[in-house]
Design a protein around this ligand. Structure first.
Ligand code: SAM
Length: 278
């Protein structure tokens, strides 16, 4: 079989009995044009390694293969594996499917060259995977992230200070990466349609700021946003040295976490990070 002979996705679903499982967060995409647009977001994928989590019946996988990528896909639902094997046959040597739980697999170890990660993520594990990828040793083992989220989560990833959605996820997503909404996706694009709208987020890592410890930054944002309506002098009381550091870098202690931009959290974390030898 060649790629031109691939059966329509709806036929694949019917043939392999892939009725969508809610527990596995299955909302499938069938629109080839939409899928091709998502596959273009990371840039030219010709010959590039790509990690896809949750290929399901393989709609996005087809678009990634058509864009020339070498795809490694991790799928938990055993029912999808034979359907994906058909795709491997159509693109010999270009698709490697691993059956398993993405939360339990060390994906970094699967690659010699940093992959792009492109995925219509299962919503129930999407944020956990994102936090893991953003917390990796920097520069990370991946090149870029192109990920579908519920719109509300996408908004939290790209939010700026003073936005309603601004919080810990925004700081983690932006302190050493750029994060943007690349494409809003209407709920009706999915089968079955989820209750809420979605969006594809594109994240590109940058050099991490010098002398900032991620664990310190996380402790600060957990404390600050844990009591987001409180002034920093109250919410950061339990973080040793934080109040003095606020003074030292000229951040008013009466401000609330939601008004403090990412760069200021970074400056505060730097002031509190153990100094490393130059
Ligand atoms: N990529 C397909 C598409 O765009 O139509 C399916 C996307 S669907 C939202 C999410 C997929 O992730 C499903 O195929 C589901 O079985 C799979 N999945 C759910 N939890 C998973 C996990 N922990 N590890 C790997 N795959 C998972």
């Amino acid at each position: 079989m060649s790629s031109a002979d691939l059966p329509p996705l709806r036929e694949v679903i019917a043939r392999y009995g892939l009725n969508a499982s809610k527990a596995l967060g299955q909302n499938f995409l069938f629109d080839a044009q939409l899928l091709a647009r998502i596959a273009r977001i990371p840039g030219d994928l010709t010959g590039q390694p790509v990690l896809e989590i949750g290929p399901g019946p393989g709609g996005l996988t087809r678009a990634l293969l058509a864009a020339g990528a070498n795809v490694t896909a991790i799928e938990r639902d055993r029912r999808c594996i034979p359907a994906l094997a058909e795709l491997s046959t159509a693109y010999p040597g270009k698709l490697h499917v691993i059956e398993g739980d993405a939360l339990e697999i060390d994906a970094a170890a699967l690659f010699d060259t940093a992959p792009h990660i492109v995925s219509n993520l299962p919503y129930n594990v999407g944020t956990a995977l994102l936090v893991r990828w953003l917390s990796a040793e920097w520069r990370p083992w991946w090149q870029t992230l192109t990920l579908m989220f519920q719109r509300e989560v996408a908004d939290r990833i790209v939010a700026k200070a003073n936005d309603d959605a601004y919080g810990r996820l925004a700081v983690l997503s932006q302190w050493r990466s750029t994060a943007r909404i690349a494409m809003p996706v209407h709920r009706s694009a999915f089968t079955p349609p989820p209750k809420v709208m979605s969006a594809v987020v594109h994240i590109v890592p940058a050099d991490g700021p010098d002398r900032v410890d991620l664990a310190v930054l996380e402790r600060l944002t957990a404390a600050a946003f844990g009591q987001r309506r409180k002034m920093l002098r109250q919410s950061l009381k339990g973080v040793p040295g934080a109040i003095d550091a606020l003074d030292a870098i000229d951040i008013d202690v009466t401000r609330r976490a939601e008004t403090v931009p990412v760069e200021s959290f970074v400056a505060l974390a730097r002031a509190l990070s153990p100094s490393r030898p130059a």
